[in-house]
Design a protein around this ligand. Structure first.
Ligand code: NDP
Ligand code: ENO
Length: 428
């Protein structure tokens, strides 16, 4: 392909393998490696794919390839580029797949020889999602137009929607979209565990919006901790967003506890105006019948009320930070679109929003759940702000273990849900 040029992939985890398979299927020669101890296993796994050559380490991949993609943990990017960067083939192009670009670009600038071009990428979806039509961010950081065109040509086989950005724009947008979305779902999981609850066993958490909350939470906890830790801890804008989310949760919960109905209502309606007023005429991203279809438990005859503190706080947080989430649709992940979908579903239905406010003030049966949710949001925020990967990992894996028995079923249902919902909410 293209004058015999080949592609290198350093890091053959979930994303690296997905890229290796799709690029080689499109006819590209791929040179790939993971840690040296995985060499034999990878050789076996890829033996039926002659277009993928597994190599023992990143030096060999770097010296043989014309466009090298680092697909390793964000927290390791500096060390890995430091090790292999100097072995990069003269005049090659280098990029990375990590979810936060500030450390990745810094590592490239520090460790790559000056003749090497830098064009980075970020597929805004997990490895199990069909990349067609999903946003793919491309960052032309230090490269000629021809080099950039070459990367576009290589990655066009993914069928994704190319979104050219600078690394600064990328980090700002993904803090708004991914990091704070994950914080909300991570907090739901933490609260359910703290109350020793499996939400699909409680009628309160069945149907509609609740299905999305449960399926997405389980999807996040079934993934690798470092993906979420990396994009939250390493992105300075993310810390601010997550902190505001925790503050919004706390303040709204205090208004509920104190029974300040009119203050709560006014705050929620002010936030709604700031976030949704320009979108009132547009179709809803998600509809009832889609939401109800994907339940881990048996749907109750009549939907039970919830005060949806997690959703109220999200809109409050967007308002406080001056974020209009629709502005980011071009650069959104599936989980963000689902999160915005259920938030919008609530905020654009006057009757439901009023019911939620009434439940928040009059129904005490949610207090225990909301208390744990508030603790959880604050705890995640402080772990992210402290910047300790170990502290993040410890909490994530404890909750992961709690929910693990339901991952297979939740993944199956979650995949179907994502597929159906994505057809209705493709970016833009
Ligand atoms: N999963 C997702 O949904 C998405 C992830 N991303 C980003 O893509 C990157 C990869 O994520 P993902 O594939 O999920 O994570 P994985 O943990 O599955 O893959 C990373 C791989 O890189 C390997 N690795 C670490 N150091 C080296 C090294 N020195 N040489 C070769 N290989 C090395 C790891 O080995 P070991 O495990 O032994 O450390 C691991 O196998 C991350 O930065 C992530 O943020 C981007 C979009 C979506
Ligand atoms: O859709 C999401 O937000 C996910 O959780 C999957 C994901 C994780 C990390 C990325 O960098 C991009 C996508």
């Amino acid at each position: 392909m293209e004058g015999g040029r080949s592609i290198g992939i350093i890091g053959m985890g979930d994303m690296g393998k997905m890229y290796a398979k799709r690029l080689s299927d499109a006819g590209w020669k791929v040179n790939a490696c993971d840690m040296p101890d995985k060499y034999n296993l990878l050789v076996q796994e890829f033996q039926a794919r002659p277009m993928v050559e597994i190599m023992p380490n990143g030096h060999l991949v770097s010296r043989a390839s014309d466009y090298i993609i680092y697909s390793v943990e964000a927290k390791n990017i500096d060390a890995v580029v430091k090790a292999y960067g100097p072995s990069t083939k003269l005049g090659a192009i280098v990029g990375g797949q990590t979810s936060c670009k500030a450390p990745e670009i810094a590592a490239f600038e520090k460790h790559l020889p000056p003749d090497v071009s830098i064009v980075s990428c970020h597929s805004l979806h997990g490895p199990g999602v069909d990349p067609r039509g999903q946003p793919l961010v491309l960052i032309k950081h230090r490269a000629s137009d021809d080099d950039f065109k070459f990367v576009e040509t290589v990655l066009s086989c993914l069928g994704s929607k190319h979104v050219p950005l600078t690394w600064e724009q990328h980090d700002r947008i993904t803090a708004d979209t991914q990091a704070v979305t994950h914080a909300a779902f991570l907090s739901m999981g933490a609260a359910w565990k703290a109350n020793n609850q499996f939400p699909w066993e409680s009628a309160r958490y069945l149907g509609g919006i609740e299905n999305v909350k449960i399926n997405v939470t389980l999807r996040i906890y079934s993934n690798k901790w470092h993906v979420y830790a990396g994009l939250a801890i390493l992105n300075p804008a993310a810390q601010k967003q997550i902190k505001q989310y925790a503050e919004s949760v706390t303040e709204l919960f205090k208004l509920m506890l104190a029974g300040h109905r009119s203050e709560l209502r006014e705050r929620i309606y002010t936030a709604r105006k700031a976030v949704f007023s320009d979108h009132r005429a547009k179709d809803l991203l998600l509809q009832d019948e889609v939401l109800d279809r994907f339940s881990l438990g048996k749907l109750p005859e009549k939907r039970l009320k919830n005060n949806h503190l997690s959703l109220l706080a999200m809109v409050d947080c967007w308002w406080k930070l001056g974020i209009v989430p629709y502005d980011h649709m071009i650069c959104s992940t599936p989980l963000f679109r689902m999160w915005l979908g259920i938030t919008e579903y609530l905020f654009r239905n006057d009757e439901l929003l009023d019911e939620v406010i009434d439940t928040a003030i009059t129904d005490n049966t949610f207090r225990a759940d909301d208390l744990e949710f508030t603790f959880a949001a604050r705890d995640w925020s402080s772990r992210v702000s402290l910047g300790h990967f170990d502290g993040y990992r410890e909490k994530f894996e404890e909750i992961q273990e709690y929910f693990a028995p339901r991952f297979p079923e939740a993944s199956r249902l979650g995949n179907e849900m994502i597929k159906t919902i994505l057809e209705k909410t493709r970016g833009e």
